[in-house]
Design a protein around this ligand. Structure first.
Ligand code: SAH
Length: 247
């Protein structure tokens, strides 16, 4: 029997055209597609008719399948001789647990390849008219998580320290802890520092809330911003005035 293989594929941040050429090719060739919540339905229509589509999405706090079950599923399908595409939002190695899945698959004697994707960390700000670097304003950026793995002894993200070390800070998964994150960063950079929160970026429903570190939590609450959303902090937010165009 032909031996299967697993491809860990980045689907891009939302707009289905932001998948890579290679990602689209392996998706079209797949026998099994195991996909997440943030994957656009249009991409699933690219799979062969007859391909098995398996949803393993996780809404915040609610899991359809545990990570262990997902890992085992990938190996099981590959051992049946199938070409398995594990389709994940953005880039699979940016807060996507793609590395855990790939390591598990390899440890079980199955071939695994990663196909990087366009991460929401840079693409979502870009679609909102915010570049994460700029020759004049920002020579560095950091991407940090707003949530951390449960059970860590102490938080590893020191938002104040990061905000003082880099010009632009991009926070993923930060909506539920926005108030805390913004106030820690304001200690380092001041409450007047520009900040933007982009909800459902790169999609037709995209919404952008522009404020400052001091005002963003309240502005987000008033606008009713919900995940998925990206927080961008730094002077580059001001470039939106010149780069944004209405679509
Ligand atoms: N691997 C993904 C990130 C997974 S963590 C990537 O590289 O993009 C999930 C977080 O990504 C969300 O909580 C949100 O902060 C961000 N995100 C993903 N898609 C998004 C979108 N279309 N709009 C805004 N934020 C998004």
């Amino acid at each position: 029997m032909r031996r299967g293989k697993v491809w860990i594929v980045g689907a891009g941040p939302g707009d289905p055209e932001l998948i890579t050429v290679k990602g689209l090719r392996v998706l079209r060739e797949a026998d099994v597609v195991v996909y997440d919540r943030l994957v656009h339905p249009a991409l699933l229509r690219e799979a062969r008719s007859g391909a098995e589509l398996i949803y393993v999405g996780k809404a915040p706090g609610r899991h359809t399948m545990t990570q262990d079950e997902i890992n085992r599923l990938l190996v099981e399908k590959a051992l049946e001789g199938k070409r398995v595409v594990r389709l994940k939002g953005g880039d699979p190695y940016v807060f996507g647990r793609g590395e855990e899945e790939c390591a598990y698959v390899l440890e079980h004697g199955v071939d695994c390849e990663v196909v990087p994707g366009v991460t929401s960390a840079t693409a979502v700000p870009a679609y909102a008219g915010i570049p994460v670097t700029s020759r004049w304003m920002a020579s560095s950026f950091a991407v940090v998580t707003g949530m951390e793995a449960a059970g860590k002894e102490r938080p590893r993200v020191d938002y104040a320290r990061i905000a003082s070390a880099v010009d632009t800070v991009v926070v993923l998964m930060g909506v539920s802890r926005l108030e805390y994150i913004a106030s820690r960063m304001a200690e380092a950079r001041g409450p007047e520092t520009p900040a933007a929160l982009i909800e459902k970026g790169t999609l037709p429903e995209q919404r952008v809330v522009v404020s400052t570190l001091g005002g963003i939590a309240r502005a987000a609450r008033e606008a009713g911003v919900e995940p998925p959303a990206v927080l961008v902090v730094g002077d580059v937010v001001k470039l939106r005035d010149r780069l944004w165009r209405l679509r």
